[in-house]
Design a protein around this ligand. Structure first.
Ligand SMILES: *[C@@H]1O[C@H](CO)[C@@H](O)[C@H](O)[C@H]1NC(C)=O
Ligand SMILES: *[C@@H]1O[C@H](CO)[C@@H](O)[C@H](O)[C@H]1NC(C)=O
Ligand SMILES: *[C@@H]1O[C@H](CO)[C@@H](O)[C@H](O)[C@H]1NC(C)=O
Ligand SMILES: *[C@@H]1O[C@H](CO)[C@@H](O)[C@H](O)[C@H]1NC(C)=O
Ligand SMILES: *[C@@H]1O[C@H](CO)[C@@H](O)[C@H](O)[C@H]1NC(C)=O
Length: 450
């Protein structure tokens, strides 16, 4: 017994020391996880305000790179960094932690850059690693957001001849339900004034669990929660009263008051249900996206991705959120109506989200002023399968697609990595359940059943 103890104690001590030192040093950044390209694009040469981006080239492109689609991802908030999208949702490497302490990167088999190029943009300036030279320069409305984004996107495309003619798809989540239509609209309007070779080759926009027509959406929470069995009839009444307050404030033109009143609706719903998160009513604990903040606090990691080392990374910036307080309740539905007449639009929602979910989206879609809307509403809601297994439902007519992703909350790619990858690929390529002309009741994706 004795000799055994004497040899194991120092060994244990050594192991503890090793563990301690690996936990206290910075996480290492494996070279295979490095971005293809990353850095800053100046959006205002007079002030040096700049947008931070990370680009990953397609891993296994099925077309020559010069024709391979480029997806651009915008996080919501307002004021949340697309690095959450990158390292927690749809990027090629995920931040993981087995013990809640040490963190590392692990390949994400559901990454959206399997066959497309993928660009994450920290938007607006002041968000994530993007730089706002002064708080006054942070956008206060969608038009100024779009001006900066347009400078960033054209700057990126112009940075390499390989990007010049690639089809562009703008994607994003949550509050990007405002950004995505706005920049799409802005691009199509700018294109009208530009020679063909300078135009942005925008082919489609995709919004996940978006806030797009906030007044219509905020009116759905009470009924949605009631029919989900999460509140009783009296609580439904209380929620409806809080929702009416939001609508009344909007009618008075008190936009920031309305934004705050919307937060009160969420707060009430949270208090009534006691859920771990309104982003997914099935979860027992909130999404662990704070791991990304921990990861990005390391100087070595910042260096590896080309971010300004003096910036203290925040998952969401309150300063940016506050700057856009007046913007939150304003609708961009009319921009979606314009887009759908010109390019493809995909609206997808994780089924378990109580904030920006399926019911909230369908409520505004059915009020769209679009000559095809009746036919869209009458279109079959197809059963969507991936590798032979039920993945959700897809309704498609003309340029508009709506996808319900089962088994997912607000962060669809985190919860359903492979299905979200199948969804975005098939939508971009018009195949599987997104094929324009479906034969009979065919509804599977393009992948073989297992
Ligand atoms: C807007 O509404 C809030 C909340 O009701 C109120 O406190 C505030 O005074 C209003 N602002 C204006 C300018 O009326
Ligand atoms: C929700 O509960 C918290 C904590 O009890 C309380 O401070 C807050 O006022 C409540 N919110 C609403 C809208 O009732
Ligand atoms: C990094 O950011 C700080 C503060 O935002 C700024 O003063 C500095 O010029 C930036 N450094 C570089 C190399 O851009
Ligand atoms: C759909 O978009 C295409 C461009 O891809 C456009 O030519 C067409 O008019 C749009 N279709 C409808 C029905 O709006
Ligand atoms: C359509 O559905 C029927 C029954 O559900 C099935 O037998 C048939 O194979 C399907 N057709 C196609 C083309 O998938």
């Amino acid at each position: 017994m004795k000799p055994f103890l004497t040899t194991t104690v120092p060994l244990l001590l050594l192991l503890c020391l090793l563990h301690y030192s690996s936990a206290s040093t910075q996480p290492t950044f494996p070279s295979e996880a490095l971005p293809t390209k990353s850095g800053y694009i100046t959006v205002n040469p007079k002030t040096n305000s700049a947008i931070f981006y990370i680009f990953y080239e397609a891993q296994n492109p099925t077309s020559p790179l010069a024709q391979t689609p480029l997806l651009i991802w915008l996080q919501g908030g307002p004021g949340c960094s697309s690095m959450t999208g990158n390292f927690f949702e749809l990027g090629p490497y995920w931040v993981v932690s087995s013990d809640g302490e040490s963190i590392s990167l692990e390949p994400n088999s559901g990454s959206w850059n399997r066959i497309f190029g993928l660009v994450f943009i920290d938007n607006p300036i002041g968000t994530g690693f993007s730089i706002a030279s002064s708080p006054e320069e942070i956008p206060r409305n969608q038009l100024s957001v779009s001006r900066h984004l347009f400078a960033a996107i054209t700057g990126f495309i112009g940075s390499d001849p390989l990007f010049k003619d690639r089809p562009i798809y703008i994607t994003g989540e949550s509050y990007a339900g405002k950004y995505v239509p706005s920049i799409g609209y802005y691009i199509l309007k700018q294109n009208l004034k530009l020679p063909v070779e300078k135009q942005v080759k925008l082919k489609g926009v995709a919004i996940g669990n978006g806030l797009t027509d906030p007044v219509t959406q905020v009116k759905t929470h009470a009924l949605n929660a009631y029919f989900s069995g999460l509140v009783n009839e009296r609580q439904k009444g209380e929620l409806e009263k809080a929702q009416r307050k939001v609508v009344d404030l909007v009618k008075m033109g008190n936009w920031s008051g309305a934004t705050d009143a919307r937060f009160t609706v969420m707060d009430l719903l949270q208090n009534m249900t006691g859920l771990a998160t309104l982003y997914d009513y099935t979860k027992k604990m909130p999404y662990q996206s704070s791991l990304v903040t921990k990861f990005l606090s390391s100087a070595e990691v910042k260096r590896a991705i080309g971010a300004n080392e003096s910036i203290v990374f925040e998952e969401c910036s309150d300063t940016v959120g506050y700057a856009l307080n007046d913007d939150v309740m304003k609708s961009v539905k009319y921009m979606v109506e314009f887009l759908v007449r010109n390019i493809k639009v995909l609206l997808y929602q994780g089924h378990f989200d109580l904030r920006d979910g399926v019911v909230a989206t369908e409520a505004w879609v059915k009020t769209m002023k679009w000559e095809e809307i009746e036919r869209f509403l009458m279109a079959e809601r197809r059963i969507w399968k991936v590798r032979g297994v039920l993945a959700g439902y897809v309704q498609k007519w003309a340029n508009l697609s709506h996808a319900v992703v089962l088994g997912a909350g607000h962060f669809v790619p985190t919860d359903q990595p492979l299905n979200s990858q199948a969804m975005i690929e098939d939508w971009v390529l018009d195949q599987g359940v997104f094929a324009s002309e479906l034969e009979g009741n065919f509804s599977s994706d393009s992948r073989e059943s297992l």
